[in-house]
Write a protein that binds this ligand. Structure first.
Ligand code: IMP
Length: 477
């Protein structure tokens, strides 16, 4: 199946994540936006997301604006939808960065119905008792949870409220009665927001009506998901989740359409290893609770790990340069100590938060999770990062959970169950560098065997395998 076959008859396509986020949605949003979509729309979350996109060999990280913006100059439309939560100064930081890069944003639209993240939301989210170290869920501290809380409690501030000073003032006064620990000064907040309100005005639209019109006009529409299914407030490992429904359903309703209208939902799966950021159960985590605690501690950054494990590296203006397949890193990946193995994969795959820089927790890909995701986001999957563990002697996939004397084959959201079970693995032979492979049949036999087993178990269908960060490093099956 080539790209044309895959996209035949498709008007609406969604890119969502079938794990705990950070699976490479940015690459695929960019991939389809650049060569296919007329409109790219995002419907959930805010600047808790971080999408890394490589354009002309240059890495860019977007937090709010969908990766499709880089196609603005060819008349393509980019939408921040009604389901999003928007920190206005952060939005303008990104717009200023676009200016600096010479990327236009003439066709950017911001929903009048999106929610505004206020400074008191950020303060609330950063309060000590929320932190992972203090037993909280370890949010990104961007004010996402408090902002959605206000939305659900029907007292939130919407983008359109920015243009009505009295209404804004009334709503901030309500917040004063909620966030009692904070000294909220409404005049000060409004004075700070007003210049941004003027700047945002030209972009503000009834994006739901616009979307409906685009659908009627036959425009090709790309929905860009945020976070991942297992972080969804509805379907994730509650309470260790974000505050939006980042499934296909939430992504569609967040831009004002039904999931039924999405012709091709594509769920991204990191394969054969996966990651999680922040607290919460992760059955296949390499190094188990030791890794969870280690990743929660401050200071375990990429440079710390490079130094600590004696990996040769150079410090450059852009960060740290090192060989992902350095001999020492490969030794770590092949270590008998799973904790060390996890760090080796993290270094090889560069798994450090795009938004927070935190080390991502590492584990083998869990087919039980993927089967659950197929049931919600649909059967079609994109596998990413398969090139990152080139050189490993072997890799494993999890096809069940052993709970006392029985094997569970279905996912459970229950924390206790997820923490008490032990994963049932099937090992596969490792493979050498695959980043130059461009056809499915040329992938190593053990990888194809693993993909076949994975499809059988999950009832899913792998349609794309990504073997590198660049657009070209993509195999459409
Ligand atoms: P919040 O979305 O900032 O409230 O964070 C809630 C949980 O979701 C935390 O465990 C975060 O680490 C996680 N999270 C939020 N956004 C992302 C993301 O884009 N990628 C991965 N994890 C995320």
């Amino acid at each position: 199946m080539g790209l044309n076959n895959l996209l035949e008859g498709v008007q609406t396509l969604a890119i969502v994540c079938n794990q705990w986020g950070d699976t490479g949605k940015g690459k695929f949003s960019d991939y389809f936006a650049s060569q296919w979509a007329d409109v790219t729309a995002r419907g959930t979350g805010g600047n808790n997301a971080g999408h890394t996109v490589v354009v002309n060999g240059k890495e860019k990280i977007f937090h709010l604006i969908p990766a499709g913006i880089s196609n603005d100059s060819s008349g393509k439309i980019t939408i921040l939808g009604n389901g999003m939560v928007i920190d206005i100064p952060v939005l303008f930081q990104e717009i200023d960065e676009l200016d600096a890069e010479g990327v236009s944003y003439n066709n950017l639209m911001v929903s009048k119905d999106a929610s505004v993240i206020m400074p008191y939301h950020v303060n609330q989210d950063k309060a000590k008792h929320q932190s992972q170290k203090e037993g909280g869920i370890g949010s990104t501290g961007r004010g996402i949870g408090p902002c959605y809380t206000d939305k659900v409690a029907r007292r939130g501030i919407l983008i359109e409220d920015l243009f009505d000073r009295d209404k804004l003032s009334r709503k901030i006064n309500v917040a004063k009665g909620i966030y009692l620990e904070q000294m909220i000064n409404s005049d000060e907040i409004i004075d700070r927001l007003m210049p941004f309100a003027e700047r945002i005005k030209p972009f503000v639209r009834d994006t739901i009506s616009e979307m409906h019109m685009f659908m009627r006009e036959g425009k090709k529409i790309l929905l860009e998901g945020a976070q991942g299914l297992l972080l969804s407030i509805e379907h994730g490992t509650y309470p260790y989740v974000t505050s939006s429904d980042c499934s296909l359903n939430g992504t569609a309703s967040g831009v004002g359409i039904s999931a039924k209208m999405v012709d091709l939902p594509l769920g991204i799966v990191k394969f054969p290893f996966m990651t999680r950021v922040g607290a919460g159960p992760f059955p296949t985590e390499l190094g188990d609770i030791k890794s969870e605690a280690y990743c929660a501690e401050e200071g375990h950054t990429k440079i710390d790990e490079l130094v600590r494990y004696n990996i040769p590296h150079q410090v450059t203006e852009k960060g740290f340069r090192y060989k992902n397949n350095d001999k020492k890193i490969l030794e770590m990946i092949n270590s008998d100590d799973e904790f060390i193995q996890g760090i080796g994969i993290r270094l090889a795959a560069g798994e450090y938060g795009a938004t927070t820089g935190r080390p991502r927790r590492i584990g083998w890909t869990d087919a039980v999770v993927a089967k659950y995701a197929v049931g919600i986001n649909g059967p079609f999957m994109i596998l990413t990062k398969s090139d990152s563990i080139s050189g490993a002697d072997q890799f494993k996939l999890c096809y069940g959970y052993e709970d006392k004397d029985r094997i569970i084959g279905n996912f459970s959201r229950d924390e206790r169950t997820l923490r008490e079970i032990s994963p049932e693995y099937k090992p596969y032979k490792g493979y050498e560098d695959i980043s130059g492979v461009r056809s499915y049949d040329r992938l190593p036999i053990s990888l194809r065997q693993a993909i076949g087993d994975f499809e059988d178990f999950t009832h899913g269908k792998v349609v794309v395998v990504s073997v590198g960060a660049d657009r070209e490093e993509t195999i459409v099956r």
